[in-house]
Design a protein around this ligand. Structure first.
Ligand code: AN7
Length: 350
């Protein structure tokens, strides 16, 4: 434990003798049992996997450590990605640590403040386009074809190889795969990677089953649910504001092979789940992460029978990434003079 993803899961990763065994302490994230929602929904056992506990605050570090290790192995000097925020933060951190130039292309005005602060402080070169993530991804794909720079979006297969290790951790901790896995879907790399991980672990004899994969897009950015590209994706969950997912086929395969579903949740459902998670469970995930929990609640309301079942919700990123989002709910921020009585009065204790 605490050795990083490359060392811990080396037998399942495409490493060679020349791959540098780099780490920033990613992986080995907490799998925390629910204290409220599990009972509320009548679920056998419900867990939250806290991917916000990774070094840059999201699951992206698992894939980025592999992509950057391979880039270093291949003597690349420069990496590039498009991002709704978390990929850029992760690329910036690993790139800084291992001496690479990092270029990130982001949708202007649509990335959470904490993520932008990370890219800036880690020293990435940042280009904000007056467009969305899908356009940014197309541009970096073209740039990586024309120039000597390694693309580290999840179209780089090493990213998904690293991200599948989260599935391994869940099985290692629970002793088998859960019955259901609830996960937000944006560019659809993560659901693809988890499915790969669960399938590989079953083949290796480490699990007796695979979970039903339950993926959730935001209603205003739900191309897989609607069956067509969304030209102008809209959602408060900026991390999953994506209209043309790169791993679309991977997500469909995960759904169909596992017997799961890909559905969507409204911004209202995302916000309700975001608050519930923090206020009932003590878990502060970012808005996109709450889509997994919103999806679980939606399915349970529609009659999904969770009795005797084990379910895991992936909390993909930390709530601290997007502090301005929380400020919208600051109904109880009251200012008073610095006196005992004034504070007692406002608390209703006087
Ligand atoms: C917190 O950083 O696409 O379905 O550019 O940041 O694998 O895309 C982030 C995606 C879920 C969706 N939760 O995962 C990016 C980016 C959080 C995220 C997703 C993202 P994918």
């Amino acid at each position: 434990m605490g050795r990083g993803v490359l060392l811990r899961y080396r037998d399942f990763l495409p490493l060679t003798a020349a791959t540098p065994m780099i780490t920033l302490g990613e992986g080995d994230t907490p799998l925390v049992r629910s204290v409220w929602l599990e009972r509320e929904l009548g679920c056998g056992a419900l867990y939250f996997k806290l991917e916000g506990c990774n070094p840059t605050g999201s699951f992206k570090d698992r894939g980025m450590v592999v992509a950057v290790a391979k880039a270093v192995e291949e003597r690349s000097k420069s990496i590039i990605c498009a991002s709704t925020g978390n990929t850029s933060a992760s690329a910036a951190a690993f790139g800084a640590r291992f001496g690479l130039e990092v270029i990130v292309v982001v949708p202007s005005g649509k990335i959470a403040m904490g993520k932008l602060a990370q890219a800036i402080t880690y020293g990435a070169r940042i280009v904000a386009i007056q467009g969305n993530f899908d356009q940014a991804l197309q541009i970096v794909r073209n740039l990586a074809e024309k120039h000597p720079v390694t693309l580290v979006n999840s179209v780089n297969p090493y990213r998904l190889e690293g991200q599948k290790t989260a599935a391994f951790e869940i099985v290692d901790e629970l002793g088998d795969a859960p019955d259901y896995l609830f996960i937000p879907v944006g560019n659809a790399g993560n659901i693809t990677a988890y499915w790969k991980g669960f399938v590989e672990y079953r083949w290796a004899g480490k699990a007796s089953q695979t979970p039903k994969m339950m993926g959730f897009q935001a209603a205003g950015a739900a191309p897989i649910v609607r069956g067509k590209v969304v030209e102008k994706p809209r959602t408060v969950a900026t991390a999953i504001r994506i209209g043309k997912p790169a791993s679309w086929q991977g997500a469909v395969k995960a759904r169909d092979e596992s017997g799961g579903v890909i559905d969507c949740v409204s911004d209202e459902e995302i916000i309700a789940a975001y608050k519930l998670l923090a206020r009932r469970e003590g878990v502060f995930g970012e808005p996109a992460s709450a889509a997994s929990v919103a999806g679980l609640i939606k399915m349970a309301k529609q009659g999904l029978d969770l009795r005797g079942k084990r379910a895991v919700c992936i909390i993909t990123g930390s709530g601290l990434k997007d502090p301005s989002f929380s400020k919208k709910f600051a109904e109880s921020l009251t200012e008073v003079s610095p006196e005992l009585e004034a504070v007692e009065r406002v608390l209703g204790w006087r």
